[in-house]
Design a protein around this ligand. Structure first.
Ligand SMILES: CC(C)(COP(=O)(O)OP(=O)(O)OC[C@H]1O[C@@H](n2cnc3c(N)ncnc32)[C@H](O)[C@@H]1OP(=O)(O)O)[C@@H](O)C(=O)NCCC(=O)NCCS
Length: 315
């Protein structure tokens, strides 16, 4: 991973804003979720615009331009149009030479699935440079009258540039899994197009699955929890993040979270947290990062990567 960028809508929705029309309080939301505010697209721009800004920032960070990109993977389940997805238009606007372009939907675990796919394409030699984007406008599929979900979900985009090279570690095989038995605990129906969730059940599964997957990812990478410099888990709720870190035995100072100001942006959540961690000085080149995510399906995953590891000379 050689570059990262992100973009957020300008419009800020604070907890206080919900007090005007929902039976909730700023204090409840902060205590039960850790969230203070979130961003919503308010009609002035589309998700494509937001994703484009994130991609341009990531390319600039990587010192590359659009023509270098072979493949674009966008993780989203809230694209601007049902079809085509976001990826082909982004590939065009970025100036790629007709790069492969695909949207993937793995709910809140989408970025991890996309990143693992990009690594597999690169390792097999089919692709040299891939752009992996998480872009989501959950405000479009949130019921404003449902206090159990309206306060949680938000909009944002982030992108990473992934390149081939000879690394000591790079990106080891991710642990990806699913359990379709629980598809009714977090879903959006075709007709209604609104997220419905059994919050407590989702909470319980999210913690257990992300912990299990992270342990397995460490095992596959031949590492232990002591090797982890930074832990970033899906930014759903501060209590979920804390519980997962506690069970894994990762100390607080190694856990990065931005859920307080970003809330749950589904597939954009992990790359947004990665970028914000870097901007905050909490993530440096060479650091070992453990990532984990969980979402509707259920689907989940975890992976270990070395942050912006340098390519060996001559590779
Ligand atoms: C949604 C969530 C914040 C609710 O917190 P919780 O501590 O589990 O609360 P409960 O669901 O047990 O609800 C407790 C009470 O608070 C109420 N409540 C729910 N949302 C509320 C809100 N925004 N303000 C005030 N009260 C609220 C419930 O209606 C319930 O009331 P009742 O006891 O009268 O029935 C929490 O379950 C959660 O974060 N779940 C996981 C969500 C998630 O991460 N989803 C995406 C994963 S990809």
């Amino acid at each position: 991973m050689i570059g990262i960028g992100s973009a957020l809508p300008e419009h800020i929705v604070s907890n206080k804003d919900f007090e005007a029309y929902l039976d909730t309080t700023d204090a409840w939301i902060q205590r039960r979720t850790g969230i203070r505010e979130r961003r919503h697209l308010n009609g002035s721009i589309e998700l494509t615009d937001l994703a484009l800004e994130a991609c341009r920032n990531a390319l600039e960070d990587a010192g590359r331009d659009g023509a270098d990109i072979d493949h674009v993977i966008v993780a989203t389940f809230t694209p601007d149009r049902l079809m085509p997805g976001l990826a082909p238009k982004l590939a065009k606007l970025l100036g790629t030479n007709g790069a492969g372009a695909i949207d993937v939907n793995a709910a809140c675990a989408g970025f991890l699935y996309g990143l693992d796919q990009s690594a597999a394409l690169i390792e097999s030699g089919r692709v040299d440079l891939a752009l992996v984007v998480g872009a989501e406008a959950l405000s479009r599929v949130t019921d404003p009258s449902d206090r159990g979900t309206a306060i949680l979900f938000a909009d944002g985009a982030a992108a990473v540039v992934v390149e081939a090279g000879e690394f000591d570690h790079g990106c080891s095989p991710f642990v990806l899994a699913s359990d379709g038995e629980h598809g009714d605990l977090l879903y959006a129906e075709r007709e209604e197009r609104l997220l419905r969730m059994e919050g407590q059940e989702v909470y319980r599964h999210a913690v257990e699955r992300m912990v299990e997957a992270t342990r397995e990812a460490l095992r596959r990478a031949d590492m232990t929890v002591d090797d982890v410099d930074v832990l970033i888990v899906h930014q759903a709720n501060q209590r979920i993040i804390d519980a997962a870190a506690r069970r894994l035995g990762v100390p607080e100072e190694k856990v990065f979270a931005n859920v307080a100001t970003i809330a749950n942006t589904s597939s954009a959540s992990v790359p947004l947290a990665l970028h914000h961690a870097e901007l905050a000085g909490a993530l440096k080149p060479g650091d070992t990062v453990a990532l984990a995510a969980f979402g509707g399906g259920f689907v989940w995953g975890a992976g270990i990567l070395r942050w912006k590891e340098r390519v060996h000379a001559g590779a």
